[in-house]
Write a protein that binds this ligand. Structure first.
Ligand code: GDP
Ligand code: MG
Length: 168
């Protein structure tokens, strides 16, 4: 069985875009509307063909914004994310460098600490941004493994894969 990496984060941070960049497919549904990916979605990253690993994309900590209010962190979509993270060897906690840290990111961080898995903080959407400023905004999260990337522009993807492979 291949080692498994889970993409976790609130809706619309670019998890599915990252999934596609890593698997080089258009399998994951990318959408401007948050919460499009409802179920867990598996793929394989072969960017280093010698060491493939499996990936699971999730619907985020909550579904659509409406569900966010009604379901919250106990809802079925959040449970899917948690199940994906719990079965993974490594978690990529994906956040949005443009919007910065949000209350929902803080909440996700709290349950990630509880499941206590090796976790990278992946700051996405840093295209056209000062990556250092984006990282500074999340520095209070206390991650030693922080990666500023742009999934849409494939910036930092190869470096991220190298770091993932070192950790697995
Ligand atoms: P998910 O809900 O976390 O799976 O997010 P998606 O992958 O569906 O992306 C949400 C939106 O963010 C889409 O409009 C993407 O095109 C956009 N997006 C994703 N990655 C990037 C990025 O690196 N830079 C920019 N500027 N936009 C991005
Ligand atoms: Mg998605």
């Amino acid at each position: 069985m291949l080692p498994l990496v889970a993409l976790v984060g609130r809706p619309n941070v670019g998890k599915s875009t990252l999934f596609n960049a890593l698997t080089r497919t258009r399998d994951a549904l990318v959408h401007d509307e948050p919460g499009v990916t409802r179920d867990r979605h598996y793929g394989v990253c072969r960017l280093n063909p010698d060491v493939p690993f499996a990936l699971v994309d999730t619907g985020g900590i909550a579904g659509e914004n409406t569900h966010l209010e009604s379901e919250g962190l106990a809802g079925p979509t959040a449970k899917q994310s948690r199940a994906a993270a719990a079965e993974a060897d490594l978690v990529l906690f994906v956040v949005d460098g443009r919007e910065g840290a949000s209350a929902l990111d803080d909440e996700i961080l709290r349950w990630l600490r509880k499941i206590d898995k090796p976790t990278f903080l992946v700051i996405n959407k840093t295209d056209g941004l000062d990556a250092r400023a984006a990282e500074a905004d999340f520095s209070r999260y206390g991650f030693s493994d922080t990666h500023a990337i742009s999934s849409a522009h494939r910036h930092g993807i190869d470096e991220l894969v190298d770091e993932i492979l070192e950790k697995l």
